[in-house]
Ligand binder design. Structure first.
Ligand code: CA
Ligand code: CA
Length: 216
């Protein structure tokens, strides 16, 4: 009876029901706990083996994932979906008469092209001129690059003039063609306009607007 009472104090209420027989078994468990510390060396070799495998596998995979995923994800959202050769085409404007305006808008980088035509054929020369104005929202910054070809073809490589203002407005004015005397040739040219996202938001709520004015 005394032994059973001791059992109840040592373990728990349910252990009491099991009774006297288990008391000796519990004590060996206590001993087994000490034996566990003895098993640590046995566990260590296993851990070493695992550590060796993990290091090899992780170091090989993680750098590739981080490099591809992180650097690849952000840029595409603001990059142009077209290229210079398939640029958005605006209607032509005269470069030497009137002051016709063309407007465009977009929410990411974009290539545009507009033909600036020579319409003043008097013997008194007149340069062809165009003014390009790009407006960004306060939450985004787009920059402006204008390409004027040396001949009547589309220029996609050599930037003639650019504006990289961090304010909301970028303006570029270009002119070419004859001087004070008419040159007898048609100086009409397609000018390429690149609206390039630099920083900030690029979505439908933060669109840029572009204004091209001929003979200005
Ligand atoms: Ca800008
Ligand atoms: Ca001319």
């Amino acid at each position: 009876m005394v032994a059973v009472g001791a059992c109840a104090l040592t373990v728990t209420a349910w252990a009491c029901a099991v009774g006297y027989t288990e008391a000796p078994t519990d004590e060996p468990f206590g001993t087994a706990t000490e034996a566990d510390s003895g098993k640590v060396p046995t566990a260590t070799p296993t851990a070493s083996t695992d550590a060796g495998q993990i290091v090899i596998v992780d170091s090989g995979v993680e750098p590739k994932d981080a490099g591809a995923g992180d650097s690849g994800a952000p840029p595409p959202s603001c990059k142009a979906t077209n290229t210079c050769m398939v640029a958005t085409t605006l209607a032509a404007v005269s470069g030497d008469t009137g002051s016709t305006i063309r407007n465009a808008t977009g929410e990411k980088s974009e290539w545009l092209v507009v033909r600036i035509t020579e319409d003043d054929n008097s013997v008194i020369g007149a340069k062809l001129r165009a003014k390009v104005e790009l407006t960004s929202t306060p939450s985004s910054n787009y920059d402006l690059f204008v390409y004027v070809p040396g001949s009547d073809k589309r220029e996609c490589t050599s930037v003639t003039k650019s504006s990289t203002s961090t304010g909301t407005t970028d303006t570029v004015s270009v002119d070419w063609g004859e001087g004070s005397v008419a040159n007898g040739g048609d100086d009409s040219r397609p000018i390429t306009i690149e609206v390039r996202h630099v920083s900030g938001l690029c979505d439908a709520s933060h669109k840029w607007t572009l204004k091209v004015t001929g003979n200005n």
